[in-house]
Write a protein that binds this ligand. Sequence first.
Ligand code: XLS
Ligand code: CA
Ligand code: CA
Length: 438
Amino acid sequence: MSEYFKNIKKIQYEGPDSKNDFSFKFYNPEQIVLGKPMKEHLPFAMAWWHNLCNAGKDIFGTDTADKSFGAVPGTMEHARAKADAGFEMMEKLGIEYFCFHDVDIAPEAADIKETNGRLDEISDYILEKMDTTGIKCMWGTANLTNNLRYMNGAASSNSADVFCFAAAQVKKSLDLTVKFGGKGYVFWGGREGYETLLNTDVRFEQDNVANMMRMAVEYGKKIGFKGDFYIEPKPKEPMKHQYDFDAATAIGFLRQYGLDEDFKLNIEANHATLAGHTFQHDLRIAAINGMLGSIDANQGDLFLGWDTDHFSSNVYETTLCMYEVLKAGGLTGGLNFDAKNRRPSYTKEDMFLGFIMAMDAFALGLVNAARMIEDGRIDSFVKARYESFENGIGADIIGKKATLESLSAYAENLGAPELPGSGRQEMLESILNTIMFG
Ligand code: XLS
Ligand code: CA
Ligand code: CA
């Protein structure tokens, strides 16, 4: 088996003063934060598709990176070479998990039976590598997007035959996830949405998407899947409108179809911002509904209206992300780097540098978030802000003892309420900056 990244040694923590680009400045896996090692707070995963498959193609130009790993693309030899390269990278970076789509790990054949045979073969190979390295699977999913048959969606397609092919891929991807002992299975939207309402029966399509999910839950039970199912919300791209628009929409959908006990959410930073929210917003909405399961850890570009999947560098964002994660009591999945190098960063070194930057950014975020919690000023401000509901008429409202008549009588007696108190946003932002940079 070849070593693909010969010039790169295992990446070590060297601290913020190190000038070695191939070292962690902040990610120190054994450092204790709020009583447990950093690496337990930050279960990082490598995304097979971006890291081992994406080579920089965009709509205006061809690949810039070489992801052949010494084999001919599209062959099983290439599939094995990708696995070798991926495990070498994960070991050198100290990343303990991976996430995958069916088509990432083996090339699709014209016939689904043949594709499944290839998947059996490569998954045996991957399983061996998992056994020798101790690297685990975070979650699996099916690619129900690229193949021509999915032009109108997969579970939301107008074609029953296409629905069957999607079902076959979901079944096989779940089989593989169970084979790898994965912690979760993701439905990530793909092309489940529409281009125009002039040709679309939205109710019909949403019923069918729920149908597919229900079948997946039933099949998962049969084959001993013990993990969580996740929906990964995304508002648009490739479709003009995607059904799982944002966390709130996905939660409403799951409740409407009685799937909320079996599903949580996989929140992606870049998708939240595409939906016009902050990353923190969608994390909070998932968390307060008990559905914060896993995270696709990346960032978008606020000047671009599409899904750019940058490696995270924005420490303000990672801090607020980890603040939500800590307050939610952690994740059932983890932090999957659904991220790719920028097209001009095409070398093997760049592949490592992207992860190093993002792992450091999340380590900083974790430490800052722990400080925010230990400092307590922000949490106590929020608590005090609602204290008028602790006694008297406020407590009656919370205790459901009040009626519109009783509240109306109270208001009439009061004359005018006191102003509700300053939101102190600038003070709080200043506290946050002091915690982060002080
Ligand atoms: C695409 C998604 C995709 C999924 C894969 O927008 O982010 O990368 O996460 O499951
Ligand atoms: Ca994603
Ligand atoms: Ca994305």
